[in-house]
Write a protein that binds this ligand. Sequence first.
Ligand code: HAM
Length: 413
Amino acid sequence: MKLIKAVRGTRDLFGEDGQKYNYIVNAAHEQFENYGYTMIKTPIFEETDLFKRGIGEGTDVVEKEMYTFSDRGERSITLRPEGTASVVRCYLEHKIYAQEDVSRFYYSGSMFRYERPQAGRQREFNQIGVEVLGESSPILDAEVIAMGYNLLEKLGITDLSVTINSVGGKDSRVKYREMLLEFLNPIKEELCEDCKVRIEKNPLRVLDCKNDKCKDLTKDAPIILESLSEEEMNHYETVKKYLEIFGVRYVEDPKLVRGLDYYSSTVYEIITNKLGSQGTILGGGRYDNLLKQLGDKEIPAFGFAAGIERIMMLLGDNYPKTAPELYIAWLGENTRDFAFKIAQDLRASGLKVIIDFNNRAMKAHMKKADKLGVNNVLIIGEDEMAKNVVVLKNFNDRTQEEITVEELKTKLI
Ligand code: HAM
């Protein structure tokens, strides 16, 4: 029979990968809660229009990568390619702005993009992310950048580089667009086919092209910082000042524009050179116009998302392994009930306990405990049961002692 396999671009996480995933997500949630963020969970699918209007019709994500389908009620549904649009939809729908001045949310979960799969790039991937709504201070931008950067550092990920830029507001971008078009039009024919379309739809995207020839041709393109208003420039300068105060080293990249249309003002990415072409671990920025676009509200916002699979690749073996703390070896059918009762009792007290369901010889039990990486083995034979005691064997200290279950608890818990 032909075995059914996981769909191209998707990936099962189990064993060590499962542990790594949990470790990253738990560390992230702890970090975000430290800064006063609360968990938000939005649906995995939304009305297609949310992403079209939110992310922008001219973006690769909306044009080429969305998993869109009609449901049985003929609604156009899309599996979320990212989390920001959904969080904003939820915030507007529930009028959260009327309940609090500033909202700080974090989330984690699957996102879906129909991209060409390769190492570090999947069609279903997982993100951890944060969104802050209702705050325009540039200090927030720096604080959020520092929060994500420090999280990666805490996870032991080194050699990261933070790249920042400001893409200004609508007016500056209109001004910049003109300057950029003046530069791009004469070289249009030499650019890649995608960029020829980008020039028409959203010329800023040309600067984001990964094609080497396009990169080379645009290396002297005018930079957007030169088009910023005084206020936008001050905002950008304050972000940089606070990054320094928070101890985050950064580099400025005037060509950084990001792949989603909702950004304005600060944009940034955290990059590694250890993952080849998929080196962006985390990306985000300010999106002060998105709430206007989706709900006619003038509410500023800032956020980021990081790819969990990419962090997992960088983590290597550097994560805490969660082996059981105790293996119970019961010897002979008569001891089974007694042993299972003890296992439940110890688990209720908080110990991680493994007990086998089959009657095995001592040697087989020891082999199993060893394979599981458990240090403590509890041996329960008929003699021990009669005396209401157990034998605790510790592989590390090479000790073995006869104790009561109560004594065992004080010793191990
Ligand atoms: P993004 O840059 O599209 O931003 O994605 C953020 C991160 O998700 C990337 O840096 C990368 O690590 C990971 N990622 C993206 N696509 C894939 C893929 N196909 N396979 C594996 N990992 C991937 C956003 O999604 C914005 N919503 C971030 C944001 C939040 N901006 C403001 N708030």
